[in-house]
Design a binder for this molecule. Structure first.
Ligand code: GDP
Ligand code: IMO
Ligand code: MG
Length: 430
């Protein structure tokens, strides 16, 4: 029985939500394994739009089990509100539909504040985070002082854990000239929110092992994209978790053999939200046109996304770092009507050709893209559901991308609607 991991192969917002939803019809369990409510995943089902941040995209489909794994950082107040928002839209969310790992780390209000304080103080050097406290929460996890989901079930242990946490945070806040956190107030807040989280708490690694043994299909839902990975991304302009497919196992408590097919969601051009290098960025009218046609505004923060040509060198790199078996090429319709299309095939660094983006921040900033140019197409691909409906120049563009990234197109997406999809290879097929 095949299990599939869906990951972003660029800087996020490639259309993961649509394809997790599409595939969830064939899956039994949908698992988030990293990130938190910095994600913004959009699903359009028969014209109805759902925007999910923390909850797995399978949650809107009745009869599926959604799981938040140990690799995720959870803001319990956000969790409560996201559940309430969906419940108000008649999505049923009980323990039958949702489980949360007991060993997942909590995002606290002090993390959100610290994230925002740092960003505001960083000036031109800011990362452009979502301001949700993601980085500071992961720092506390690795620093071995985090409060975890299971701690909410043992309130008598919380005062010691809060003290340990505040030794670190209050020293930091003192240095920043910020008022100190009152441990008693934080304790009261945690006790108050606990009943919104605890009904879903479970030993997720055990649950997932049982599902595997019972022959259930597991779909792993990645957030962000490989270029935002803490190790493999454009450091330091990255998020604070591993976003590559290998994390699907670690972030859910299964071994590496649990993932049988890695599906890399890939936009037919490139976007990025936040700061950091972007070699094929278009800071001109063509980039504006792409952004307007693609409605490139953040699902979560509403920020305008930077746009540029398809960077095949970068995706070739993430095909390797995530072990991508096949891609979904999304938003091909956005390129309808462009007279010509450029594809970045590599770079030059100080005049020397290189096939991949170097790891160093300053080398990345100096990398100059090398392009090849292809003719665009005048017809429309919007809503196409078969290859026969695609203009010849569009098929050539897709074939060239496949060659350059060294991975096949498994699916093609021609609009936000789930049904506007062309299936080439079923990732769930054994
Ligand atoms: P995610 O973070 O990877 O789930 O992606 P987002 O939801 O943040 O952003 C992708 C946006 O593109 C959403 O608004 C989707 O509804 C939309 N979208 C997905 N696939 C397509 C497509 O093939 N064509 C067009 N025009 N829009 C798409
Ligand atoms: P989805 O799952 C695009 C970016 C932020 C910032 C950097 C660090 O919708 O694809 P963080 O708040 O994580 O510390 O911010 O990462 N970022 C995303 N960009 N899509 C996302 O998620 C993102 N999640 C974080 O803009 O540059
Ligand atoms: Mg998004």
């Amino acid at each position: 029985m095949a299990n599939v991991a869906v990951v972003g192969s660029q800087w996020g917002d490639e259309g993961k939500g649509k394809f997790v939803d599409w595939l969830s019809e064939r899956a039994d369990v949908i698992v988030r394994f990293q990130g938190g409510h910095n994600a913004g995943h959009t699903l359009v089902i028969d014209g109805v739009v759902y925007k999910l941040a923390l909850l797995p995209s399978g949650i809107v489909r009745p009869g599926k089990l959604s799981v938040i794994g140990n690799g995720v950082v959870i803001d319990p107040w956000h969790l409560r509100d996201e559940i309430a928002g969906l419940t108000a839209r008649d999505v049923r969310i009980t323990r039958d539909e949702l489980r949360i790992a007991e060993n997942a780390t909590l995002i606290l209000p002090l993390h959100r504040e610290l994230d925002q304080l740092r960003e505001n103080a960083a000036g031109a050097g800011k990362i452009g985070t979502t301001g949700r406290g993601i980085g500071p929460a992961y720092e506390d996890k690795v620093g071995r002082r985090a409060i975890r989901v299971m701690d909410l079930a043992a309130p008598e242990t919380l005062p010691d854990k809060i003290n340990r946490l505040l030794v670190h945070h209050n020293a930091l806040r003192k240095g920043l000239g910020e008022p100190l956190i009152d441990g008693g107030k934080l304790l009261a807040e945690l006790k108050e929110i606990a009943p919104s989280v605890l009904p879903y708490m479970d030993t997720v690694w055990l649950l997932l092992d049982a599902k595997r043994r019972a022959g259930k299909r597991i779909l792993f839902e990645g957030a962000q994209g490989a270029l935002l990975d803490i190790d493999h991304g454009t450091y330091p302009f990255v998020t604070s978790s591993n976003t590559v497919a290998g994390q699907a196992a670690t972030g859910s408590g299964l071994g590496p053999g649990a993932v049988h097919y890695v599906l890399g969601i890939t936009k037919a051009y490139t976007t990025r939200v936040g700061s950091g290098p972007f070699p094929s960025e278009l800071s001109d009218e063509t980039g504006e046109r792409m952004g307007a046609r693609g409605k490139e505004f953040g699902t979560n923060t509403g920020r305008k996304r930077r746009c540029g040509w398809f960077d095949a060198a970068l995706v070739r790199q993430t095909v390797k770092t995530s072990g991508i078996n096949g891609i979904v090429l999304t938003k091909i319709d956005v390129l309808d009507g462009f007279e010509q299309l450029k594809i970045c095939t590599g770079y030059t660094l100080d005049g020397k050709p290189i096939g991949h983006l170097p790891a160093g921040q300053f080398e990345q900033a100096r990398a100059v893209p090398v392009y090849e140019t292809m003719p665009g197409w005048s017809g429309t691909t919007r809503g196409a559901r078969s290859w026969a409906q695609l203009p010849a120049a569009c098929i050539k563009y897709i074939k060239r991308i496949e060659e350059l990234i060294e991975a096949p197109v498994a699916m093609l997406s021609t609009s936000p609607e789930r049904a506007d999809t062309i299936l080439v290879t079923d990732p769930f097929a054994d």
